[in-house]
Design a protein around this ligand. Structure first.
Ligand code: FES
Length: 92
């Protein structure tokens, strides 16, 4: 998993969620619901490898629809990594 624009990367085991991966590279990630798909603050934009993330479940889709999120955005607490992926946020 790679974070832009810093270029920080980490190798994680399959099925690790994006939030855990981001925290492993030492970047901040907003959250106020303990990663249960309620707050939407952990939203990230996927720059590459969108197909390498788990499909969004009903709870994630509900939060993203309420926030009018773009299709290439995901909740980091929900999206699980199954291959190379690159993400960013507005505040990195
Ligand atoms: S941490 Fe709240 S939705 Fe992801």
């Amino acid at each position: 998993m790679r974070c832009e624009p810093s270029g920080r990367e980490v190798r994680v085991v399959l099925d690790t969620n994006l939030m855990d991966a981001v925290l492993q590279v030492g970047l901040p990630l907003g959250q106020s619901c303990d990663g249960v798909a309620l707050c939407g603050f952990c939203r990230v934009r996927v720059l590459g490898g969108l197909d390498n993330l788990s499909l969004a479940g009903a709870e994630e889709r509900k939060v993203m629809a309420a926030q009018h999120a773009d299709p290439e955005e995901r909740l980091a607490c929900c999206a699980r990594i199954n291959g190379p992926v690159t993400v960013t946020t507005d505040y990195w």
